[in-house]
Design a protein. Structure first.
Length: 93
């Protein structure tokens, strides 16, 4: 992959992570119609087995559509924790 594409890919991932972190902070107030964490950066990290864009596992991605709002909230809690561990500078509480 050319260097310019690597740089663009890195910027897209940084922007996606920032967007996901902002959404994670606001989700706790959402009781109904919990939004998907998908940020359209769909690629699995072989080391962590998490999507590089939304920090979900394949099982979580598969189960999202048939999960109720309570289960989706649990997934968002897991995503927030994963973001905190991977990117402490984001300041997620």
């Amino acid at each position: 992959m050319p260097e310019s594409e690597n740089r663009l890919d890195g910027l897209n991932r940084q922007n996606a992570i920032k967007m996901l972190a902002a959404r994670a902070l606001s989700i706790s107030a959402t009781a109904e119609n919990v939004p998907s964490p998908c940020v359209s950066l769909c690629r699995m990290d072989t080391g962590s087995s998490l999507c590089e864009g939304c920090f979900r596992t394949l099982d979580e991605i598969r189960d999202w559509g048939r999960s109720d709002d309570a289960a989706k909230q649990v997934m968002w809690t897991r995503i927030s924790e994963r973001l905190r561990q991977a990117h402490p500078a984001l300041g997620l509480a």
